[in-house]
Design a protein around this ligand. Structure first.
Ligand code: ADP
Length: 506
């Protein structure tokens, strides 16, 4: 058979529209392409099996109730007719009916229904053959009822139904030729009716299957469309999720930026505040000695001063000058550090000798405040020579010792060093006022003294420790402290041993 495919919408003269695909099927067998056909057959079985069972059940009742007609109209052959009805046809129909409840029935249900219908049709034909004239002439409509069943009720597919229909008609035709008991005119008339019924049946069967397929195809398209919609929905949801995620990230980023901005603003404000406090402190540190100098220089010009008074005033002027010089020196140092002008000039320094010098120099200052000064060199070799910048080293030690004396009112000051694997660890320890823990980090920042209200009792620019830290680091070491409020502080700093010369066998 030539396989011709048709587009159903074109056939029906409808515009299928561009987006909706047409239904391609073979116009003779009504079959779809492979994959779709499989699906259709499954669906067709599921939607037909119930009707098939009802129809077969009804068929059994019909086929058996016609036995009444046999008794009334053809009592002579009723036994034979009964045999055909009750021993052949009905058992076959019953068997198919029962088999329809078995598992693999969907695979061969069309064939089974075809066999049952054909046998039912053949049964009628045999009945006409074996009946006397009345049955021979008038039992043929039974075949029409079978055709009706075959095309309309049991959902036999068009191809199978047509085959069964034509087989029954051929059987009838053959029976009239082989068993010429029927009048030729009657046979012709009967055949005419049978063929017409079959052709109409074919037409009806074709239409039924065609619309069943169309309905299936529409449902199939609908399912596909809804799958597409679902897929699109999922994609959309994924996009929304992605967008939400990126929005969240964006918000987080913005929050972070905002926090950074606030921090930067706070830092700027803090640094501004510190700078103002620093300037105020500096002007205090310059004005106070300046007032001292000017005030006492004025007093010195008084005519009636005793020698004692003169000496005292000169001392005050001297002290004020020193203090101012210190402040100016600190300022110069910090600005040189800031502009990276400080370059260490390494020389050989005898640490023990330097220690002894510091001890001699600060002993007087300590004594003036009733403090004891100790030099701790028990852990050091007798002669320890270090490659360092002598002026930076001296500056560091001086600063720490000065502070120790300055911030201690009773007790002692101890300084010394110990030798480590690859560096010397120096320390300056006191029993002074101590530094609260929360300030210990900030103490090396410049302007810090300026910011501490309650230390105003102690004079000083607040630059000393930041200069000290910068020098320690320039020499390749680090500085830290341990301190407890009201118990005292110890400042440690390291100096690399790289260029150290350990005489004395260490
Ligand atoms: P200042 O010129 O004010 O002494 P520094 O930079 O030398 O400035 O010291 C900073 C601050 O650290 C001081 O104002 C003081 O509060 C604290 N400080 C430094 N050394 C000591 C110490 N030995 N004991 C207690 N406090 C100290």
């Amino acid at each position: 058979m030539v396989k011709k495919n048709v587009n159903i919408d074109k056939q029906l003269g409808r515009d299928s529209g561009n987006s909706r695909p047409g239904m391609d099927l073979n116009i003779f067998t009504l079959a779809f392409g492979d994959e779709l056909e499989q699906k259709f057959r499954q669906d067709y079985f599921q939607s037909s099996v119930r009707l098939l069972r009802y129809s077969f059940f009804l068929g059994i009742i019909y086929y058996s109730s016609f036995a009444f007609l046999d008794v009334v109209a053809l009592p002579e052959v009723k036994r034979e007719l009964f045999i055909i009805r009750f021993y052949v046809v009905i058992p076959v129909i019953l068997a198919v009916f029962l088999l329809s409840f078995t598992k693999g029935f969907h695979r061969w249900w069309q064939f089974a229904a075809f066999i049952a219908t054909t046998i039912a049709g053949f049964g009628i034909v045999v009945m006409t053959v074996i009946s006397p004239e009345l049955g021979r002439h008038h039992y043929y409509p039974g075949a029409m009822l079978v055709l009706f069943y075959c095309y309309m009720l049991i959902k036999l597919r068009f191809v199978w139904a047509s085959l069964a229909g034509w087989l029954i008609i051929i059987a009838y035709l053959v029976s009239t030729i082989l068993f010429p008991g029927v009048d030729l005119d009657v046979a012709r008339i009967n055949l005419f009716f049978l063929v017409s019924a079959n052709i109409l049946g074919m037409f009806g069967g074709y239409a039924l299957e065609f619309y069943a397929r169309k309905d299936f195809f529409n449902r199939y398209l609908l399912k596909k469309e809804s799958e597409k919609v679902e897929e699109a929905n999922e994609k959309l949801e994924e996009k929304v999720r992605e967008k939400t995620r990126s929005l969240k990230e964006d918000i987080q980023r913005r929050k972070l930026i905002e926090k950074e901005l606030i921090d930067a603003k706070n830092r700027a404000e803090e640094s501004d505040r510190l700078k103002s406090a620093f300037l105020a402190n500096m002007s205090h540190e310059i004005r106070t000695p300046m007032n001292g100098i000017l005030g006492f220089t004025g007093l010195l010009s008084e005519p009636d001063l005793t020698g004692e008074q003169q000496k005292k005033y000169v001392e005050i002027i001297q002290k004020s000058g020193d203090r101012m010089l210190n402040t100016v020196n600190d300022l110069i140092d910090i600005s040189r550090i800031e502009t990276e002008q400080v370059q260490p000039a390494m020389k050989t320094v005898d640490v023990i000798r330097e220690f002894q010098n510091f001890f001699a120099f600060f002993q007087k200052e300590a004594k003036d405040k009733d403090l004891q000064l100790f030099l701790d060199s028990k852990d050091l070799p007798e002669k320890l020579v270090l490659q360092t910048d002598p002026s930076l080293f001296e500056s560091i030690m001086t600063n720490l010792l000065k502070n120790a004396i300055k911030y201690t009112s009773k007790g002692f000051i101890r300084f010394g060093a110990k030798l480590n694997e690859n560096h010397v660890e120096f320390y300056v320890s006191d029993t002074g006022i101590g530094i609260p823990e929360e300030r210990q980090d900030a103490i090396f920042d410049r302007f810090v003294q300026a910011d501490i209200q309650d230390t105003k009792a102690f004079e000083g620019s607040g630059l000393g420790l930041s200069i000290t830290k910068a020098y320690v680091e320039l020499l390749g070491g680090s500085i830290w402290l341990r301190s407890e409020i009201n118990s005292g502080s110890t400042f440690y700093f390291t100096h690399p041993l790289l260029a150290i010369d350990k005489k004395n066998g260490h």
